[in-house]
Every structure is written in C-alpha cells, then in structure tokens.
Design a protein. Structure first.
Length: 231
C-alpha cells in the first residue's frame, strides 16, 4: 500500500498537467503548432501549453517547459501567455517564454511585449527586440540584453550559454536525455560557463562541459543514467 501511495504521489501531478494541456511534447521531442488565428507556436521538449481562445481574448497557459510564439497580430483580440503568475502580452512580435530553475523567463526576438507579474511581484516591464527578463518566483526581476541568435536557439538544436551556471546548463540538457542526469558536484554546478552545446547529443554536451574544467568526470552508468562528479 505504501508503494502504491508513493506511485500515486509521483504520477498524479504529471497526469493532472497532461490532462490540462492541449499540446505536449516528450523527451527530445519538439512540436510545431499552427493555432486557429494563424499564430505559430514551437514547443520545446518536455513542454505543455493550454489554449483558450474565447470571444475577444486569446489566452495561452504555459504549463511546463518552454515555447516560442510568432503571433498573428490582432489589435481587437489581445494575445497573452501566462506562466507562473507572469503574463506576457503581445504587441505584434515573436517571443520566447520558458521556466528557469526558479523563474519565468521571457525573451523578445521581434517587436514588443508587455510583461506583468502578480501585484506582489511589482513587475510591469515593456521589452523590445533583443531584450529579456527573468522574473523570480520568490520576487525580484532582472532585465538583460539577448542576442537574436540565442533566443530559442533550441529550435535549431543548440543550447547557447552565456556566463551561466553549469547547473542551469545541465538543467536545460535534461529534457533531451531519455533518462536521468545526476549533477553530484556542487562546486562544478556553481561554476559559470559560456559555450554552444549540441542538444541532439546531450551526453556529448555534458562531456564538453566537463572537459573544460579539471577534476570533473562524466560517467554513463547505464543507457539511462549519467552521473557528473568530482574525480
């Protein structure tokens, strides 16, 4: 009975998420979607969205992962994406919305968007092409510039890291590996890296990360388990 209860606790959240979603992707799977208004959506691996087009509103909920939107502009029907208390409203644009480890991240490839969070967050920012924002789930936000080639680079099979913690890079590789990646070195996890990594070969990308730093090993214990640890 205890095992059954554990399985329910493990499976129930995923089952609820997929039940809520209109579109989902699995490990190492991307999906291109054309919505009813002509808006194009690209879903990253292990991502999910719910679509609610009613009357004068076009509303998307990002339930998991990351998505890139090329919006068919219609001033009479606003297009908005909600992701963990953060709403991004299109003002004629192409943009990416995704979840970080503890944030909602928005980056604009073309045009302009308005980013608003719940009142307690105190976030109301307008972003133009080449700008990005990270809104922390515990409060606070950070605006940055975003090179156009880096925005949603996963659509082209690349992970571009620009002075990012190794832990964040490994987190972005996990949806592309059909198994578990264990980052067992806290020291390595905190190191910052810059580079371009092949999402079509996540294990190779992990080896590339480790080779750039002394004292770190990547061990593939089984086809479904990779452990990164200190020597």
């Amino acid at each position: 009975m205890a095992l059954a209860a554990c399985l329910v606790l493990l499976i129930a959240p995923s089952a609820l998420l997929w039940w809520q979603a209109d579109y989902t992707t699995g490990t190492a799977q991307q999906q291109s979607i054309r919505l009813a208004d002509g808006t194009d959506v690209e879903l990253a691996p292990q991502s999910a969205i719910a679509v609610d087009y009613k009357g004068s509103q076009r509303h998307i909920r990002l339930l998991k992962g990351c998505a890139f939107f090329e919006v068919t502009h219609d001033a009479t029907r606003p297009f908005a994406v909600d992701a963990h208390s953060v709403r991004t409203t299109d003002i004629g644009t192409a943009f990416e919305v995704g979840f970080g480890a503890d944030s909602t991240d928005v980056a604009v490839a073309q045009g302009v968007v308005q980013v608003d969070a719940s009142p307690s967050f105190g976030v109301s920012e307008r972003l133009q092409a080449g700008q990005a924002i990270h809104v922390g789930w515990k409060g606070g936000f950070h605006r940055t510039n975003a090179d156009g080639t880096e925005i949603a680079s996963w659509r082209h099979g690349q992970l571009i890291a620009n002075d990012q913690p190794v832990a964040d890079v490994v987190g972005k590789l996990r949806p592309y590996f059909k198994g578990m990646i264990v980052l067992a070195s806290s020291d390595f996890a905190a190191r910052r890296v810059t580079g371009v990594y092949d999402l079509n070969n996540p294990v190779g990308a992990l080896h590339a990360l480790a080779q750039a730093h002394e004292g770190v090993a990547v061990r593939r214990m089984t086809p479904w388990l990779v452990i990164i640890s200190d020597f």
